[in-house]
Design a protein around this ligand. Structure first.
Ligand SMILES: [Zn+2]
Length: 156
């Protein structure tokens, strides 16, 4: 069995991908994904999985693994067109970025991001999800970055 380099081990710990390519014919571009993660200084691992078809196009949340490790969990709709899926992916990565920057500036754990930062940022009483300052920021970040493809067409 070949030895893994430290870089390869870090890469393995850094992202966990779904076991299959997307039904729509694309897959994650691991190199681009790791690069984006590094540039954005997202230090915690990101675990990706497919959403169930009836749910939203993507979600981000923070979870604790059975080994008590904090990880980002991002779900993505595997049935979407690659261009749309890539924009959604950038949006969810923006939430991972927000959680880590918030944790850095407050000294709190990223696991408290949604309760302590995201929920109070929803704006005036009755304001919609769309008005949340973190959603506005995530949409801007996705728009600014979606030309960078983190997904690629699957080779036949
Ligand atoms: Zn969002």
């Amino acid at each position: 069995m070949p030895e893994l380099t430290p870089e390869q081990i870090n890469a393995l710990l850094s992202i966990v991908l779904p076991p299959t390519a997307a039904r729509a014919g694309w897959e994650f571009d691991v190199t681009e994904l790791l690069e984006a993660k590094q540039v954005l200084r997202i230090h915690k691992p990101i675990h990706f999985r497919w959403t169930s078809p009836r749910r939203r196009n993507g979600t981000h949340y923070v979870a604790i693994t059975p080994g008590f490790q904090l990880v980002h969990k991002i779900t993505l709709n595997q049935n979407g067109h690659i261009t749309d899926a890539n924009a959604t992916l950038w949006h969810e990565i923006a939430h991972a970025y927000q959680a880590e920057r918030w944790a850095e500036s407050t000294g709190r754990s990223i696991r408290h991001f949604y309760q302590e930062a995201y929920k109070p940022a929803r704006g005036a009483h009755g304001a919609s999800y769309q008005d949340n300052a973190y959603e506005i920021h995530a949409r801007k970040m996705a728009d600014a970055n979606k030309h960078v493809m983190l997904l690629k067409e699957r080779k036949q």
